[in-house]
Ligand binder design. Sequence first.
Ligand code: NDP
Length: 484
Amino acid sequence: MIDPKPTASHFINGEYVEDKLGKAIDVIYPATGHVIAQVHAATSQIIEAALAASKKAQPAWAALTGTARGRILRRAADIMRERNRELSELETFDTGKPLQETLVADATSAADALEYFGGIAGSLTGEHVQFGDDFIYTIREPLGVCVGLGAWNYPTQIAAWKGAPALACGNSMVFKPSETTPLCALKVAEILHEAGLPAGLYNVVQGLGDVGASLVTDPRVDKVSLTGSLSTGRKVYAAAAEGMRHVTMELGGKSPLIIFDDANLEDAVSGAILANFYSSGQICSNGTRVFVQTGIKAAFLARLTARVGSAILGDPMDEATNFGPMVSEHQCKTVEGFIAKGIAEGAKLICGGERLDKPGYWLTPAIFSDVKDDMIIAREEIFGPVISILEFKEEAEVLTRANATEYGLAAGVFTQNLPRAHRMVKSLEAGTCYINTYNDAPVEAPFGGVKMSGVGRENSKAAINHYSQLKSVYVRMSELEAPY
Ligand code: NDP
């Protein structure tokens, strides 16, 4: 087992840096509640050092060929895969997610992003437009210094999903992880530099929201990418707007998962489990409003209850465990509060929702049925292992109800009737839709929200447009006329 203690709190200009004058932040292992490490929030000197290093290093990086930049990212991907076990253990220490999950979903996903963006870095180009005898060409340029702000649920993945496209396009980055999970991003920085990334291009500073806020408004910063809640998104977007900075906002959701009578029952139950209980429900794209058609409801609930009842809660480092704790006491209390509200509003708690009488932040997976659209648990993002089952009769009805939310991150449909599935998807207001599956997020697919779930897209070729800009060059080939 690895020792989770980091070499130092921050990673700046190619090396670990400590400054104990910053506020101490305890790193708590969610499975036991024990303090396993400590980092210090960035002081103004640390923030200055990170921004100065980013600003200084970026032009030379942008001047390299894309192929040369990409080679380093791909090497970092290889190192990540070689060290998958130690990185997965660290992710488990940081978040409490079971090793069974982290071994396949975190460093591997980060490596995919580094490999993908490393692979396309050499083919990032502008275009040529013939305009009669004249022509126009466009130059794809990096934005400059990018700031990444991460949530606590996928600390390795978020650090790489932001860093890989930023670096591929020739930008530098200062990344601030969530104070709840400060460890993994440091490893991402360490590995990038081990792979040959020049100093100053990917820096990690620790801290709370105030550190993030001072990064967002610094005049040297050209772009801000946040993964976080809607309320933080509103603040960060507004602060970035002051300086007309580019933004990517990956925010929350309250996504619908719709199960028609003709769905394959076991697949639909699998989809509901993946959409609600993976990572103990702490996933932004989760399909937490599960609309089940009347004819299949009883069978669906019976199978869902039986299968959720077989979840293995235990030591997250034991690979047999498939359900871990909440990330923090705060998150556990928040989710318990939602469960109490669901009961008070008359939803039927079929099972779960109990705080386990042991150290750590353990909450059993909760199934609510008889949920009505206007209940709090059907309207607000819970970010925990709580599934709400709502009943519906007809397609048009469920479509209206599914879209009746301010969010629009994801949506899912389970049916054997493919024309109906595509018809539904066309009208569902969501950035990502799933047909007979849920919560896949391969790097090849654009990921992001509509409505209040965010702005911009991560992953895929679409992310390139959010980390680069186009300069148009008009070229006149003949004599130029003017009115006087
Ligand atoms: P928060 O919004 O609380 O925090 C996100 C990050 O922003 C943290 O690093 C936080 O610092 C920082 N921050 C907070 N306030 C400010 C500010 N004023 N200026 C700059 N930075 C600030 O989100 P959580 O960490 O609680 O994560 C859960 C949320 O993230 C959920 O709503 C979830 O839906 C969303 N999410 C979205 C995803 C997506 O891709 N769409 C994926 C994963 C999660 P600190 O917390 O350390 O104080």
